[in-house]
Design a protein around this ligand. Structure first.
Ligand SMILES: Cc1cc2nc3c(=O)[nH]c(=O)nc-3n(C[C@H](O)[C@H](O)[C@H](O)COP(=O)(O)OP(=O)(O)OC[C@H]3O[C@@H](n4cnc5c(N)ncnc54)[C@H](O)[C@@H]3O)c2cc1C
Length: 430
C-alpha cells in the first residue's frame, strides 16, 4: 500500500462553497492555520462554481483573500471517512490523503431533491441545478426549448440563467399553491435584499409562462425527452421540449456530519448559536443546518470560522443578521413543502433507484430502507442513496438508519487506507 500525504491544520473546512470559504477566511484572519477541502475541481460550491469563480469580481476577490491569508485550498479533494479522532481520509487526483485538524467546520451544502415519474430516467430529463452546472461547464443551450418543473426559488434562478445563455424557456411549472406563494411574498417584504433579488428575477423572466399548482406527470420520447405532460388546473396538457429541468427544492448533505456522530433534528444538523454541533470541536455552517440560500450560508460561515478560532465576541456581531435570514429559510421550507399529490406520480414499473434499477413495485413489497437495501440493492449504487434516499423518505416514509464509510465510491487503494488507519508519510506534507 502506498503511503498517503497528510495535511495538518488548526481548522479544517469541508466544503468550498460560500459557507466554507467565509468560514475559512474568518478563521485564517484570526491567525489559525486553515485548509478547505472541496470535491469540485475549483472552489465556489453550487452557486459560485467554475464560471463565477473566474469571472465574478466578488468571488475571485474572496479566493484571492483566502490565498493571501495562507488558506490551503484543496480542490478536487473528496472527504470519504474518518480514520482516527481528528483525522479525515480524502481522495483526490493524487490518490488518498489524510486531513488532520484541531477544529472541523462542516460546510457540505445541499443537493437537489428529485421525485420519480414515468419517463424521469429519459436522457435530457435532468436536475435544474444539474443543467445549470453543465451549462456553467460549457454545455450549449442556445436555441434549445426547455421546461423547468418542480418547486423552489432555484427553478427561477436557473430559468433566468438558462435564458441569459440563449435557451428558450417554454414554461416554469411550480407545484406550490398561489396562497403559499402569497404568504412567501409577504415574508419577502420583510427582507429588502431578497425582495430586490425577487424583483430582478421577475424582470429577467418577463414573458415566460409561470404556472402555479402545476407539476409534471410524465416525460415522453424515444432517444431523449421530446415532450412532457403537466397537470394544471385540473387537466393534463402536453408541451414539446428538448430538455426538462426538474428539481423539488433541496436536501441537505448531512452524511459526513452523521458519520461523525453529530446530532440531526428534522433532517438538519443541530447547531447552537456559535454553529457548534453536538460533537466537541465540530462546527457546521450553510445548507446542512437548514436550506436558507447564499446570504445565510455566508453569515453562518463567518460565525463558525470566528467561533472555531475562539472569537465568540466577534461572532456575536452576526447573530442579528443570521436571525433575520433564518426567518426567510423557514418561510421557504413552508412554502415549498411537497404536496401529497406528488406521491401519486410514480407507477409500479417506474424506476426509483436509478443506480440499481429498482422499481417502485419492488420497493412497495419491503417494510424499511434497510430491508429494501438487503432485498433489492436500493441505495447501494454509486450515489449511495443520495437520490433514492430522499425519494423513499417522501414516498414510503423510510429513513436510513446509519451512514457507512466510505461516503462515496473510492479506489481500492483509498479503501485500504480507510481500513489501515492513519499511515502517514510526513515527507509528503502538502
Ligand atoms: C445544484 C444546485 C444549484 C444551485 N444554484 C444556485 C443558484 O444559481 N443561485 C442561488 O442563489 N443558489 C443556488 N443554489 C443554492 C445554493 O446551494 C446556496 O444558496 C449556497 O450555495 C449554499 O452555500 P453552501 O456553502 O452552504 O453550500 P454549497 O455551495 O453547496 O457548497 C458545499 C460544497 O461542499 C462540497 N462537499 C460536500 N461534501 C463534500 C465532501 N465529503 N468532501 C468534499 N467536498 C464536499 C460540495 O461539492 C460543494 O462544493 C443551488 C443549489 C444546488 C444544489
Amino acid at each position: 500500500m502506498t503511503s498517503a500525504a497528510k495535511t495538518e491544520v488548526d481548522t479544517l473546512v469541508v466544503g468550498g462553497g460560500p459557507a466554507g470559504m467565509w468560514a475559512a477566511l474568518s478563521a485564517a484572519e484570526c491567525g489559525m492555520r486553515v485548509a478547505v477541502a472541496d470535491d469540485n475541481p475549483e472552489m465556489g460550491g453550487q452557486v459560485w462554481r467554475a464560471e463565477l469563480a473566474k469571472t465574478a469580481p466578488e468571488v475571485a476577490g474572496l479566493i484571492q483573500k483566502l490565498r493571501e491569508a495562507g488558506v490551503q485550498l484543496l480542490a478536487g479533494t473528496q472527504v470519504v471517512d474518518q480514520v482516527a479522532p481528528g483525522v479525515l481520509l480524502a481522495e483526490g487526483d493524487g490518490g488518498a490523503s489524510y486531513l488532520g485538524f484541531g477544529k472541523l467546520i462542516l460546510a457540505t451544502g445541499a443537493r437537489e431533491q428529485f421525485l420519480p415519474f414515468p419517463g424521469w430516467t429519459l436522457p435530457r430529463v435532468i436536475g435544474a441545478g444539474g443543467l445549470q452546472a453543465l451549462v456553467k461547464s460549457g454545455l450549449p443551450v442556445r436555441g434549445k426549448r426547455l421546461v423547468l418543473a418542480g418547486t423552489g426559488p432555484l427553478l427561477l434562478a436557473v430559468a433566468a440563467y438558462l435564458r441569459a445563455h440563449g435557451a428558450e424557456i417554454a414554461m416554469i411549472c411550480e407545484q406550490a399553491s398561489r396562497s403559499a406563494l402569497a404568504s412567501f411574498g409577504a415574508a419577502l417584504l420583510r427582507q429588502p435584499e431578497k425582495l430586490l433579488q425577487a424583483l430582478s428575477l421577475r424582470k429577467a423572466l418577463t414573458g415566460i409562462p409561470l404556472a402555479l399548482n402545476c407539476w409534471v406527470v410524465a416525460a415522453h420520447g424515444t432517444v431523449a425527452v421530446e415532450g412532457i405532460d403537466i397537470w394544471h388546473e385540473g387537466k393534463v396538457k402536453r408541451i414539446a421540449c428538448e430538455y426538462l429541468a426538474c428539481g423539488f427544492h433541496l436536501v441537505p448533505n448531512t452524511e459526513l456530519a452523521t458519520l461523525l456522530g453529530c446530532r440531526l433534528v428534522n433532517g438538519y444538523v443541530e447547531v447552537d448559536e456559535f454553529q457548534r454541533t453536538s460533537r466537541p470541536g465540530i462546527f457546521c455552517a450553510g445548507e446542512p443546518t437548514g436550506i436558507g440560500g447564499l446570504e445565510l450560508s455566508v453569515v453562518e460561515g463567518k460565525v463558525a470560522g470566528l467561533a472555531a478560532a475562539g472569537r465568540e465576541k466577534a461572532a456575536r456581531k452576526f447573530f442579528r443578521r443570521r436571525r433575520m435570514l433564518g426567518a426567510f429559510a423557514r418561510a421557504m421550507d413552508r412554502t415549498f413543502a411537497l404536496r401529497p399529490e406528488l406521491k401519486n406520480l410514480v407507477e409500479a414499473e417506474t424506476i426509483v433507484c436509478r443506480c440499481e434499477d429498482v422499481s417502485y413495485a419492488q420497493l412497495e413489497r419491503e417494510v424499511s430502507w434497510r430491508m429494501a437495501k438487503l432485498m433489492t440493492r436500493c441505495g447501494m449504487g454509486p450515489c449511495q442513496g443520495r437520490i433514492c434516499g430522499p425519494v423513499t423518505k417522501f414516498l414510503l416514509g423510510w429513513s436510513p438508519d446509519s451512514v457507512r464509510p466510505p461516503l462515496f465510491p473510492v479506489t481500492v487503494g483509498t479503501l485500504a487506507h480507510s481500513f489501515s488507519g492513519c499511515n502517514v508519510d510526513d515527507n509528503q506534507e502538502r
